[in-house]
Design a protein around this ligand. Structure first.
Ligand code: HEC
Length: 244
């Protein structure tokens, strides 16, 4: 029961100002477990029973074949959604969305529709309506997840580079330095360094995207960056990202 509660809270909650990568992991492990269980508890035992029956000179019960076929159809439709989940951590716009679960449902539905097209085509039926449905659903996702800059507070007065450098030092360099101190991070993530003025200036546009548009950095907001700090960094970049 507690385990379920944790699963559901992981599924539904979303850390403040950040993103929730747990969603994909939870759904992925659930589907992956179902797929493996289909193979090991239904498909393989059924086949064994049929082979045993044939060896014994009896007519195999067709129910095992039917059940096996049903589960392999389930697995077949699961494959593309699972593939997407496996690579989804590279697509922050999907999991950082406010309704990430609905985005995942739409992408999975598109994948199932596309898969159905290929399944039918295998049987010689080419029905373009199914990839069209998939394309429309993915179009909806693209439109729905299009980046919208975060709503940030107004910044009073001019922003100095020292302020920005201080914020980077406090909120980012635990991970983004040549020798990260954050537990579990051995190298600067994505090769992004933010420990020197040059490095900060060189990455200004990427910082803007992560901090002021998607808000996915700092990762899960573990270093507790405030909306005011995001606004200061955004204002500095909008002002030309100069080392003043
Ligand atoms: C807890 C560690 C951690 C902290 C703190 C952190 N990051 Fe990151 N950052 C990561 C990881 C991990 C990635 C790689 C993410 C990926 O591959 O999807 C990353 C990637 C990035 C990228 C590259 C994204 C891209 O694809 O262009 C930028 C830019 C970035 N971080 C900026 C920042 C800024 C700015 C801060 C501070 C406000 C910050 N990060 C704080 C862990 C961290």
């Amino acid at each position: 029961m507690r385990c379920w509660a944790r699963w559901c809270s992981g599924f539904l909650s979303r850390s403040r100002g950040g993103s929730d990568r747990r969603l994909a992991i939870h759904v992925g492990t659930a589907i992956g477990t179902i797929m493996a269980a289909n193979v090991f508890f239904v498909i393989i035992p059924g086949q064994k029973k049929m082979v045993d029956a044939m060896r014994a000179g009896q007519l195999p019960d067709p129910i095992y074949g039917k059940r096996g076929k049903q589960r392999s159809v389930h697995n077949n439709y699961f494959t593309l959604p699972v593939l997407f989940i496996m690579i989804s951590n590279h697509y922050a716009s999907t999991y950082s969305h406010k309704h990430a679960w609905a985005v995942l449902v739409l992408i999975s539905a598109a994948a199932v529709s596309i898969r159905h097209f290929f399944n039918r085509r295998h049987k010689g039926v080419v029905d373009w309506r199914f990839p069209a449905i998939g394309a429309v659903l993915l179009g909806v996702v693209a439109w729905w997840t299009a980046p919208q800059a975060l709503k940030l507070p107004k910044v009073n007065g001019p922003v100095t580079f020292d302020q920005v450098r201080g914020i980077m030092g406090q909120r980012c360099v635990t991970c983004h330095s040549p020798t990260p101190t954050f537990a579990g991070i051995a190298q600067p993530p994505a090769g992004v360094l933010l420990h020197t003025p040059d490095a900060i200036v060189a990455n200004a546009q990427r910082i803007y995207q992560q901090v002021a548009v998607t808000g996915i950095m700092p990762l899960g907001n573990v270093t507790q960056m405030t909306p005011e700090e995001r606004a200061i960094v955004a204002a500095w970049i909008a002002d030309g990202a100069k080392v003043k």
